[in-house]
Ligand binder design. Structure first.
Ligand SMILES: [Zn+2]
Length: 129
């Protein structure tokens, strides 16, 4: 167990923050699904005239754009779920790489952070190479 865990109050605050973020992202994913259903619906009840090809290609563009967002949201949702699991098991707020405490400001800015700022920077610079 870490020697300086977050206080129960702090944990509770992050739990709320994460849950809020989770709801926001779930809403966004739902919104995307609704938008896509709307795009498809508008297309199927419209008449198929000369605009058909253009419409089909804009639909494809729209779909790939939304898939990209959906992928990003899903990744974020995963990170939030893992963070919530860490809140539950008491390891929340510690770097998953080095085990050191993640700065409070960083957690407030990105509550789903798994790495301390130093490890995150190291990882980023090693990826860039
Ligand atoms: Zn670290």
């Amino acid at each position: 167990m870490p020697s300086n865990p977050l206080t129960p109050d702090e944990l509770h605050a992050f739990d709320l923050l994460l849950t809020e973020h989770r709801t926001e992202i779930t809403d966004k994913i739902q919104g995307l699904a609704d938008t896509f259903a709307g795009v498809q619906g508008a297309r199927s009840d419209g008449s198929t005239d000369g605009a058909h090809d253009a419409e089909a290609s804009s639909l494809r563009t729209e779909w790939s754009r939304m898939s990209k967002f959906q992928g990003e949201f899903a990744t974020e949702l995963d990170a939030i779920d893992r963070a919530l699991a860490r809140v539950a098991d008491g390891s929340y707020g510690f770097c998953s790489r080095g085990g050191e405490r993640i700065g409070q400001e960083r957690l407030e800015y990105r509550p789903a952070s798994e790495l301390c700022i130093d490890c995150a920077r190291q990882l980023e610079s090693s990826r860039r190479r």
